[in-house]
Write a protein that binds this ligand. Structure first.
Ligand code: ARG
Ligand code: ASP
Length: 735
């Protein structure tokens, strides 16, 4: 054990030594760049100013960046509202337009004129007009002695007032979000465009090349992009979809650099990162990587093994489960990488070192002593107390998420409860809404798959979760079925009404009273009621009771770090608001004797090519272009660049974000991170954390040479910032 700890600190020292002179950690607020980052960015190579990046008085880079549908990022790349994002961000839209005859996921889609562009109900693009610090107004009159819920309602009142009085145009909206665990508040004035049409998408064999095997992995060879267009009303303002809408005229659109990337080039990524937790204390990080991640991973391991087995044998199941399997596998793989990364880089040791430094600084100062002594220990202790509930919570969530019949049963129980609350006469309406929601889910559901998933997960659940956190009712059923997942599942899947949509509809299409009585007889709802009651009383309640105090201390710990660590620059955790992160193009060395280069080429696509494989097939046209080395103006030194990595600090939600060069030109499209680096959400390490981007030259090559969509290429502004640069002129000789 001793030896192990010594090893960890050695690794920690080594990774510090590998640290470059520049900080690449951080997701910074664009309006504060001038104050906090501009100098460092210039030192790293930035050639424009902070005001060129964010400016409320004239067009700036931020005017080309949108939140795409609220879950990804997109950027505007032409004067006619052309929008670029990832293939996996446009996936749903592409899938919805696809049919067996016109399978755009399979074959790709290219609109040859604006008339052919396809509308997508509900898909939006949101611009940020302005960001304002409203901390003072938000916390006005919020006294220190309030409980957390009193405090929240006082703040909510303030926020409503701020929103009502905020200056904005009629077509704009406002949004206020807490930062730094609620120590600061920022107001966002936004413009949301509601007519966003599909323009182009490569086939999945390019856009999702490598699929799950390559997901989160470097070296990568995926052309993960799709193209949309934002439409506006005739006045250029947001409008609901109408055939009469016109292409948006943006305040700014990104020029595209054809000059490519070199090692150590400055890059920045501008987008909407979703969620990070960089300021957790050591116990919380330990809980994540030693408790929660292993729990979640073990449940998904088991579920995925079953699903993969069926998908390989059965074509119909493969189609039904494709999207579900992809999303289950995406987080599963990320969590594995997170555990490994934190272990490999001594992440917990580094947290402990940081905390020791914090404690020392508090100790050295009488004033800090008075306010902050004991704070960190209390917070760590709270996480320790919460840990068993947090882990049991994850087992429960994973059980009803992956064993879908239990999930359906859980929703049905909610339906009955809601009816009881709202009144029996509401049953018909509520039931119709419920059935409409589950019907498509049953379309992608298979009893044989689900039975085996449930079998495996019930065994893990009842073995791993202590019985006092399961509750008597569920445990009773478990005993009745011999404490055996298979027996429990067989009973459910042979007798329950939840085995098909039609049976379920028939079950629910009776009087509310009859249904309410029968849920105690149906084996799925009976087990689910037991699981749910136990979970609510013995897991969720104690978990929730600890949460307000954790929130309060986490907020104070944040404030304390910012006050005490005078030499440290702080950035707020990601919260789906607009951020800038910057770094350098660079490879990395994740393990002993393993060193990765920073860029891939089409040669690597061909190395991975497996004819007919569902992950690694390569379209014929792309193979021809490769054979002829027909790369046009997009190739470099006889090769076709495909992806590259850099030390930009990104997370989920940054997908589709532009990677920009030192001048603000588009050089790549962010879509993923390297596996060992996914721990960056809780513990960034510049030694191994890398974001993965598609080289913009590959995007253009596919649009132009593969798809022949010259109409799109003509809309773009292609530039040569490196070639345009004058050769270095000797300093003194002039004149
Ligand atoms: N890992 C990336 C992200 O978190 C990309 C996921 C899409 N690709 C895939 N093969 N599932 O979203
Ligand atoms: N693939 C992620 C996304 O969809 C990006 C990441 O987690 O790095 O946003």
């Amino acid at each position: 054990m001793r030896q192990k700890i010594a090893m960890y600190s050695l690794i920690a020292v080594l990774s510090l030594a590998r640290l470059s002179a520049f900080a690449t950690e951080g997701m910074w607020l664009p309006q504060l760049l001038g104050r906090l980052n501009e100098k460092e960015m210039k030192g790293m190579g930035l050639k424009i100013t902070a005001a060129d990046i964010y400016n409320v008085n004239k067009g700036s880079l931020k005017d080309a960046i949108v939140s795409f549908g609220g879950f990804c990022t997109g950027e505007i790349i032409s004067s006619k509202g052309l929008l670029l994002t990832n293939h996996h961000c446009g996936y749903d839209a592409i899938q919805k337009h696809s049919s067996v005859q016109n399978n755009y996921l399979d074959k790709g889609f290219w609109a040859r004129s604006m008339q052919e562009e396809l509308p997508n109900a509900g898909l939006t693009a949101t611009f940020i007009v302005r960001i304002e610090d409203v901390t003072k107004q938000a916390l006005e009159g919020v006294a220190g002695n309030l409980t957390e819920s009193q405090r929240q309602s006082a703040i909510d009142k303030n926020l409503n007032r701020i929103k009502e009085t905020a200056k904005k145009e009629a077509w704009q909206e406002t949004l206020i979000k807490p930062f730094f665990e609620g120590n600061q508040y920022f107001l966002f004035v936004t413009e949301t465009y509601k007519d966003v049409r599909l323009v182009g998408a490569p086939p999945s064999s390019i856009g999702k090349f490598g699929a799950d095997t390559d997901n989160w992995v470097w070296p990568r060879h995926t052309g993960d992009f799709s193209i949309f267009r934002v439409y506006a009303g005739k006045d250029n303002r947001p409008a609901e979809y109408s055939a009469d809408n016109v292409p948006l005229q943006p305040k700014h659109f990104l020029p595209i650099s054809l000059d490519g990337i070199d090692a150590n080039d400055f890059t920045m990524v501008f987008g909407f990162p979703g969620r990070t937790n960089e300021y957790l204390p050591s116990e919380a990080v330990k809980l994540t990587v030693d408790g929660q991640d292993p729990a979640r991973v073990s449940m998904r391991d088991a579920a995925l093994k079953v699903i993969d087995g069926f998908m390989r044998k059965d074509e119909q199941i493969k189609i039904q489960y494709a999207a579900k399997q992809a999303s289950t596998a995406n987080s599963w793989k990320k969590w594995i990488g997170e555990m490994q990364g934190v272990r490999q880089t001594g992440g917990i040791r580094r947290k402990l070192d940081y905390e020791a430094r914090f404690q020392q600084l508090v100790k050295n100062n009488a004033e800090y002593q008075g306010t902050y002594s004991g704070l960190l220990d209390s917070l760590n202790n709270l996480y320790k107390t919460q840990a068993p509930y947090a882990i049991a919570r994850d087992y429960y969530t994973e059980l009803i998420r992956n064993a879908e019949m239990l999930g359906f049963a859980n929703s049905a129980i909610t339906l009955l409860q809601e009816t009881r609350l709202k009144g029996e006469e509401q049953y018909e309406t509520l039931k119709q809404a419920f059935l409409a929601k589950v019907k498509p889910q049953y379309g992608n559901y298979n009893n044989d798959v689900d039975r085996e998933v449930a079998t495996a997960l019930l065994d893990i659940y009842f073995k791993e979760v202590p019985s006092n956190k399961i509750g008597g009712e569920a445990y009773q059923i478990w005993m009745e079925t011999n404490k055996d997942g298979k027996t429990t599942a067989n009973k459910m899947y042979s007798q329950s009404a939840f085995t098909s949509y039609d049976k379920l509809a028939a079950f629910l299409n009776r009087s509310f009273k009859t249904v309410s009585a029968d849920v105690w007889k149906d084996p799925a709802t009976r087990l689910m009621i037991g699981l749910r009651n136990g979970y609510i009383d013995f897991v969720n309640k104690p978990y929730d009771e600890l949460q307000p105090e954790i929130n309060r201390l986490q907020r104070r710990y944040m404030a304390a770090q910012m006050e005490v660590m005078k030499d440290k620059r702080f950035y707020p955790d990601a919260n789906s608001t607009l951020r800038i992160t910057y770094g350098k193009v660079n490879g990395y060395a994740p393990r002993d004797a393993v060193k990765y280069d920073f860029a891939t080429t089409l040669d690597g696509v061909m190395e991975k090519y497996k004819p007919g494989d569902y992950e690694f097939d390569v379209p014929e046209k792309l193979r021809e272009l490769y054979a002829q080395k027909d790369y046009g103006q997009y190739g470099a030194n006889g090769k076709m660049p495909v992806c590259f990595i850099a030390s930009n600090h990104t997370t989920g939600g940054n997908s589709g974000s532009p990677a920009l060069d030192a001048y603000g030109n588009l050089i790549g499209l962010n879509f993923d991170r390297t596996w060992e680096g996914t721990m960056s959400d809780i513990n960034y390490d510049p030694a191994i954390c890398r974001n993965i981007m598609v080289d913009i030259r590959y995007v253009l090559f596919i649009v132009d040479k593969f798809a022949g969509a010259k109409n799109l290429i003509e809309e773009l502004k292609l530039v040569h910032p490196k070639k345009a640069k004058p050769k270095v002129t000797p300093l003194k000789k002039a004149a």
